[in-house]
Design a protein around this ligand. Structure first.
Ligand SMILES: Cc1cc2nc3c(=O)[nH]c(=O)nc-3n(C[C@H](O)[C@H](O)[C@H](O)COP(=O)(O)OP(=O)(O)OC[C@H]3O[C@@H](n4cnc5c(N)ncnc54)[C@H](O)[C@@H]3O)c2cc1C
Length: 456
């Protein structure tokens, strides 16, 4: 079977089908994985407490959350179990909290707990003025969004799956089985799963002549505060959600800094998530209203991502059994959490008897999270290359080898966090260019770190 797209959803699909015994090929148009929507998000492993009740999205988030917790230790994947507070800032918002808790319970998240304004302040003493009440969602957690997806795909690859880069799917013919025309040659497959994210509708049109959904990219901009700010909030601080979006979140990251965002801005462009100063300033002001003590802390990075939203709210998963085609479209704002659950759901849509692998291999991912010991603390690491994020030479070397080596500078950043700290690569850019010379599919220029610093 062929998976189109190596975003987090395609990576999880490749893993599930490989473990269940299918011969899998992943076709990725870019020169690196996680190059679309999955390159920039909030990194929250959602429980699904606020998902629309009774939907596929709610089911997949619940299943994905559970499976991540089940497999993560075996793969060395981090989990920052901080829980979330949904904070009401007005009496009107406070009045909506009971209904939101009822919806959470209907979604199977029954450990939500109401908090008075005073109890909220006891849990988060640095919150700004105007807290009107809150509730706690203990299961909301933070993860490393890139190592998770890399681990899913690495497990598929070490158990026999194939990954082709530069393999944009241009079209296909179905005559009992598929013959896919890609930029890297023709590929035969009995089943095709379209996980092309921001290009899902275009891929569906290329394969079937018309698309049943339309992607409407929705941009989210973020501001990242320095690691010194992470101590200001223990929980993920969520607003009372709006109709279209979860709203502006303030939370720590697994890497030990503090994140504010995302916005929700409709745009036509599927490729570029541009940043703008006025919006970033608005985010900063909002963050400093939520946590006034942030005012004294440095912003070290800004970035933006694009959600593959569609004209409808729900996921656009559709199987056409007569053609061996499954669309996994419109996985707009919860795909990181739902990916493993979605993969199991999609596997169930293919009526093909397979023999699951009896004793699959498991990859061991390098830990970049501040919640567990890091490589710089161990001997023989070759010294620190990126001092802001404390990335060692051994970690950089490991990211350039193995089953899923970095092929671009952005890919190296996602695998190691080099240049993503305080100095944004000013100090280590030249050394990284030297280490990676001749080893990336797209060479890194000596000033790439500072030029590309904010893009993901
Ligand atoms: C601002 C923001 C915040 C978010 N926060 C969270 C969060 O906290 N928690 C959470 O669970 N989710 C979050 N999400 C959602 C999550 O990031 C997405 O749901 C997820 O990344 C979607 O992944 P995907 O694999 O469907 O798409 P993508 O990541 O876009 O992957 C699709 C892949 O297909 C490839 N492709 C496209 N066309 C072709 C073609 N013709 N041939 C071959 N390959 C092709 C692309 O290059 C790409 O690699 C957030 C998203 C955004 C933007």
């Amino acid at each position: 079977m062929a998976v189109i797209g190596a975003g987090v959803v395609g990576c999880a699909l490749a893993r599930r089908f490989t473990l269940d015994g299918a011969r899998v090929v992943v076709l990725e148009k870019a020169e690196e994985v996680l190059d679309g929507a999955s390159k920039a998000n909030s990194a929250i492993l959602h429980t699904g407490f606020d998902a629309p009740v009774g939907t596929l999205e709610a089911d997949c988030i619940r299943a994905g959350h559970a499976e991540y917790r089940e497999i993560r230790e075996r793969m060395g994947l981090p989990l920052l179990e901080c829980g979330a507070l949904v904070v009401a800032w007005t009496a009107e918002e406070a009045a909506r909290l009971p209904a939101l808790m009822d919806a959470a319970r209907a979604n199977g998240v029954d450990d939500v707990a109401p908090l008075t304004a005073a109890e909220t302040r006891t849990l988060e003493p640095r919150l700004g003025a105007g807290v009107a009440g809150a509730f706690r969602v203990p299961g909301e957690s933070l993860i490393d969004p890139w190592s998770a997806a890399h681990a899913y795909l690495a497990q598929a690859l070490i158990n026999g799956a194939e990954l082709r880069y530069g393999a944009e799917v241009l079209g296909g013919r179905f005559e009992g089985s598929w013959s896919l025309a890609t930029a890297a040659g023709t590929v035969a497959a009995r089943l095709v799963v379209n996980a092309a994210g921001l290009y899902g509708d275009i891929v569906e049109e290329r394969l079937t002549g018309a698309s049943t959904f339309q992607i409407r990219p929705r941009k989210g901009q973020f501001v990242v505060y320095d690691k010194t700010a992470a101590a200001l909030a223990d929980h993920i601080l969520l607003p009372v959600p709006g109709e279209r979006t979860k709203g502006i979140v303030v939370c720590r990251t697994a890497w030990g800094n503090l994140l504010v965002g995302p916005t929700a801005e409709e745009q036509d462009d599927r490729a570029t998530a541009a940043l703008d100063g006025a919006t970033l300033e608005m985010l900063r002001q909002r963050a400093e209203a939520i946590l006034p003590a942030l005012a004294g802390h440095e912003v070290t990075a800004v970035y933006a991502g694009l959600r593959p939203a569609t004209e409808e709210k729900g996921y656009r998963v559709r199987a056409d059994a007569s053609r061996g085609y499954i669309a996994v479209g419109g996985i707009r704002s919860t795909g990181l959490s739902a990916a493993l659950g979605l993969a199991t759901h999609v596997r169930g849509l293919w009526d093909e008897p397979l023999r699951p692998l009896a004793d699959p291999l498991w990859p061991e991912m390098p830990n970049l999270a501040e919640t567990a010991p890091r490589d710089w603390e161990r001997p023989g690491n070759g010294g620190i290359v990126c001092h802001c994020e404390r990335v060692t030479r051994r970690e950089v070397e490991a990211a350039l080898t193995g089953p899923l080596p970095a092929r671009t500078f952005a890919g190296l950043k996602r695998r190691t966090r080099v240049t993503m700290g305080r100095c944004q690569g000013f100090a280590c850019g030249a050394e990284l260019a030297e280490i990676t010379a001749g080893r990336l599919a797209q060479p890194m220029l000596p000033d790439a770190a500072t030029r590309e610093g904010g893009d993901d």
